[in-house]
Every structure is written in C-alpha cells, then in structure tokens.
Design a protein around this ligand. Sequence first.
Ligand code: CP
Ligand code: NVA
Length: 300
Amino acid sequence: MSLRHFLSLNDLTSDELRGLIDRAIELKAMRRERRLYEPLKNRTLAMIFTKSSTRTRVSFEAGMAQLGGHALYLEPGSMQLGRGEPIEDTARVVSRMVDGVMIRTAGHDFVEKFAEYSKVPVINALTDKFHPCQLLADIQTWQERRGSIQGRTVAWIGDGNNVCHSWMNAARLFDFTLNIATPKGYEPDPDVVDLNRQHIMLSHDPKAAAVDADIVVTDTWASMGQEDEKAERQQAFAGFIVDDGLMSLADKDAMFMHCLPAYRGSEVAASVIDGRQSVVWEEGENRLHAQKALLEFLIK
Ligand code: CP
Ligand code: NVA
C-alpha cells in the first residue's frame, strides 16, 4: 500500500472507514478473549504531544504494546523542535527511524507539514481543527449497540470546535444528519460547513437541534488553548447545557456522548453524563480498539 496519512477523516474513503469500525469491533472481542495478536512486532510509533492528554496517550501507547510494538512519548520541550529545529527536518529524521508518527498539537498546518516530509504514516491525534481518532471511537460505540449509523440524526450542542468539525466530516462520510446548535459567534469553520453542507443543519437553538435525535453530543466550552476565554465562554454558552430537559426532547433511547474530559455543571449535567443514556466510558475505551484498527491499517 502506498503511504497513507490520517490527518482528518477525509483521508479515508467511506468504505475504508466502515472497514476500520468493523475491525475495531473484532479487535475488541479478541482482546476480551485475551488472544495474542502482534502484527506490529518490532514496529515503533513516535508520539509527539504539545498538549495535554489522558485517553489519547494511554490508548495509543497501550494499543502499540498490545499489537506487539512500541510507542515513544515525545514532548517538544525535550526535543530540538522546542529549540527551533524546523518541522521539515524533524519529520525527515524521525520518520527514517520509526514506522508511524502520532501528533497532538494546536496548528493543523503542523501535522500537514510533518506529513509532507514524512516517510511513514502520520496520525492526527487532535489539532485545533480536527480530532478524527475520536470519531472512530464514537461511531464504533454507536455501531456496536445499534448497528449502522446511516440515516440517523445526531445533535451537536455547544462549541463549533475541532470535535464538532470531525462530527461534520463523519456525517458526510457515514451518511447521517448532524444538527448543530452553537451560540452566536461560535459556529464551525466555513470551509468545513461548505464541505459537509448536505449533511448538516446549523442553528443557535439547542432545543430544536435535540428533537428526536438518536445521539446528543457535546464537548467542553473552552478547549485546550482557550483557557483565557473561560469566563467569557461560560456566559456565551449559558442555555447550552445538556441536561435532563434537553435529553427529554431527543429519542427516548438516545445516547449521550462526550469525548471527555467533561465539566459537570457546565456543558453537561451530572445526571446526564452519569445517567442511563450516557455511553462516555465505552467511547473512552473504544479509543483503544479503534486506534488499534487504524494502526493496523496504516502500518502493518
Ligand atoms: N478525548 C480525548 O482526546 O481525551 P484526551 O485529551 O484525554 O486524550
Ligand atoms: N475540544 C477539546 C477536545 C479535548 C479532547 C479540546 O480541544 O481541548
């Protein structure tokens, strides 16, 4: 297979994405049966993090170990990158030594440039623009309980951020409808809106967005890097909390999703995230299985 990257969901076809979800479900079953499966023996994944992480780091590192390989945790502070070595040079050198590179950073242009100069697959583990790995886990979570997501309705309540952008791409690639409700001034980026226009509805009304939804999903009101805007955002997002009232407008069996970390009492009520409709712990676990399927697809 020629060199492939995963910088956004758009790097894979719908068929490839569906195949990955099916494979993630198989890998999950294999792990439950404690079956040894080490297709990435002697392979190494470099993981570059310029932002915090719990789920992403643990899932990629554990996933590589389970597949027989090794993961290397790198922080720019301890790399020459942090002292001004160009991304291009870092990419050329690191990619001659490892079999894949995973990057979490602010600028999407950073991962694009790294990929341009890399000899091995590059995976976007969150930028300010997209969080595609999260969506693999989220679609897996729906599919293993309810089957195909095609034709379903998802309500995104909150910020038009990186995770929202990836849900928008997912709506087109997996063929479902995404009702997006954001406060004014916090809409998703116009280029992502244009690409996915046929599959999304934009509004500023959380109640209208939630009506009959099969999934209600939200995320923090202040993403990493927006800590200074926290107070201002708390005000702007008043009325956008996913609480029992909002959930009651959705389908009675609707799932509540959140990529985590969550802030109870801000974007979601404790009674919702800790309640019967919440699938957030499965979503978190599925990061492991979905990314193992991705690593197998890109590196094996
Ligand atoms: N959802 C997610 O990416 O979590 P972390 O920030 O903990 O990696
Ligand atoms: N939108 C959040 C997602 C965290 C996983 C952020 O970028 O901080």
